[in-house]
Each structure stands twice: as C-alpha cells, then as structure tokens.
Design a binder for this molecule. Structure first.
Ligand SMILES: [Zn+2]
Ligand SMILES: [Zn+2]
Length: 155
C-alpha cells in the first residue's frame, strides 16, 4: 500500500518538530530510520527496517535500528502492533485505523471503518481497566496466500 507523498512529508515534518521540541539530536541515521517507517504502509518489523536502511547506509547496525525504533515509539512518532516485543512491527500511521494481518505471510494492511471506530465495549472491559483506544486486528489469509492454498489435485 502506497503512502501519499503528502502524508510522508507531514510525517517527516512532525518528526523534525518533535525532535526539536524534545531536544533530541536529529542525526542522519535517526532520520533515515524514521523515513523508512514513514514511507511505507507495510508495517515493517525491525529486521526489515534494518535491511532497507542498510542499503542506503551500510554502516548502520541492527542494534541502532532497534533502539531508534523504540525511541521513536517513546516519542509517539510511531506505534507498534502485535504483542510480542521482539517481533513487533512499526507503524507511522497515527490516525485512526484498523489492521488486517495475514497469518501465513505476515502481510499487514490498514483499513478504515467508521463502524469499528465507534465500537461499543462490553461492561466486562471495565472490570479489567480503562480503555484508551480500540483497534481491531483482523487475522486471516490474504488473497495471495488464499489463492496459493489450492485444493489438492484429484487424480
Ligand atoms: Zn498472506
Ligand atoms: Zn497500521
């Protein structure tokens, strides 16, 4: 899924603004790592970000990428999805949206739904804690994986 040029520009501008306000140093590495997440709708994990950034900056280390991604999350510039921290995927789309995740290939895509945005939570949630946001994760097979999973040929 392509992120529009305007969205990318907005994200980069926000990044610079947040860095400036928090007094963080805006290094070339940090900029490139953020750009990598900001320009894609793929929801990459740290490994994927590392692979792509390394093409432009061969000196970058996996450790730097990993630390920078979590630093960006602490600054509120990106969010993560999926519970396991070590395979967390990163998302620069901070506006309200939901996810479809393919259980086979890991493809993750955003989708919008006014209905899901207004999802009413059951009372049982109140006995657990206070809800801040509700985001739906749909899991299943993407169209490509579903097409690959052809029924066994009969002889
Ligand atoms: Zn798939
Ligand atoms: Zn997303």
């Amino acid at each position: 899924m392509k992120v529009s040029k305007k969205d990318i520009e907005q994200r980069m501008a926000r990044f610079e603004e947040v860095c400036r306000k928090s007094g963080a140093k805006l290094t070339h590495q940090r900029l490139e790592i953020f750009r990598e997440v900001a320009q894609t709708g793929e929801h990459p994990d740290a490994e994927k970000v590392f692979q792509n950034v390394r093409k432009r900056m061969p000196t970058v280390s996996m450790d730097t990428v990993y630390r920078t991604l979590w630093w960006l999350k602490d600054l509120g510039l990106i969010t993560t999805l999926g519970p396991p921290r070590e395979r967390a995927r990163f998302d620069a789309n901070l506006s309200r949206h939901h996810h479809f995740m393919c259980t086979q290939c890991g493809l993750t895509r955003d989708f919008l739904s006014d209905e899901l945005d207004c999802l009413e939570l059951p009372d049982s949630v109140l006995s657990i804690g206070h809800a801040e946001k509700t985001q739906v994760e749909v899991k299943g097979l993407c169209l490509k994986c579903a097409a690959d999973e052809k029924p066994v040929a009969k002889y």
